[in-house]
Design a protein around this ligand. Sequence first.
Ligand SMILES: C[S@@+](CC[C@H](N)C(=O)[O-])C[C@H]1O[C@@H](n2cnc3c(N)ncnc32)[C@H](O)[C@@H]1O
Length: 256
Amino acid sequence: MPSGELPEHVAENRRHWDEMAGEWVERGIRCWNMSEPSWGEFEIPESQVGMLPADMSGVDAIELGCGTAYVSGWMARRGARVVGIDNSEAQLATARRLAGEHGADLTLLHGNAEAVPYPDASFDFAISEYGAAIWCDPYAWIPEAARLLRPGGRLVFLGNHTLLQLCAPDALAPAGDRLLRDYFGLHRLEWPDDGSVEFALPYGEWFRLLRDTGFEIEDFLELQAPADATRDFDYVTAAWSKRWPSEHVFKAVKRA
Ligand SMILES: C[S@@+](CC[C@H](N)C(=O)[O-])C[C@H]1O[C@@H](n2cnc3c(N)ncnc32)[C@H](O)[C@@H]1O
């Protein structure tokens, strides 16, 4: 879809990610090379987070906002037939190159994860790690994930913890130890320092939205930086994430 026909935040984030893609190649290469998946900024091992079924043979899986598509690659290695959709052609160029280098047979689509060009009930498993999970409007992408999944299908996603978003001064400035914005009514977050648009919800809203769109919640995790973590990121330091949860994981099942 041409940028002019996209929702305003999707067009804005397309511009942002096409500009940023070069900075994500190194992480993409590192994650594609991992023998065991690890998740989030602090790269917590799959054995502790449990995002993926061990055997995905014959599973139709979709990654919503796949970026450099290493999660798609991990799922393909476990036997899944994988579709990755991403809003940035520049990110997909890296994804296609790395998938080719790793011999992964992925279907990679350029598009908006809030409106995926697949029929209802096409997939058994949907996942997002920092893709749709933070960049798409939850009131659009969660119902879209429900539409795409078959009854009994699973949705798993990881994104920024809402507490972190309340304490974040800007997209590229580390969260402090003060609440800077209201919790009630939280939804769209615009970051003046880089022009991107993210989304976050109060937890009651996340749970209600998932239930109202046909999901049962299987698990909800609040991730903490490991005790030996030392690496800081633009918007969160290791010290912050040792004290407060910087990331969350939802695991949900579509009701039969
Ligand atoms: C941080 S990457 C996530 C991928 C990967 N897990 C990672 O952490 O590098 C965020 C991705 O979300 C994509 N994205 C943002 N808005 C999107 C939308 N509306 N539909 C699909 N993808 C979107 C961006 O283009 C970007 O590639």
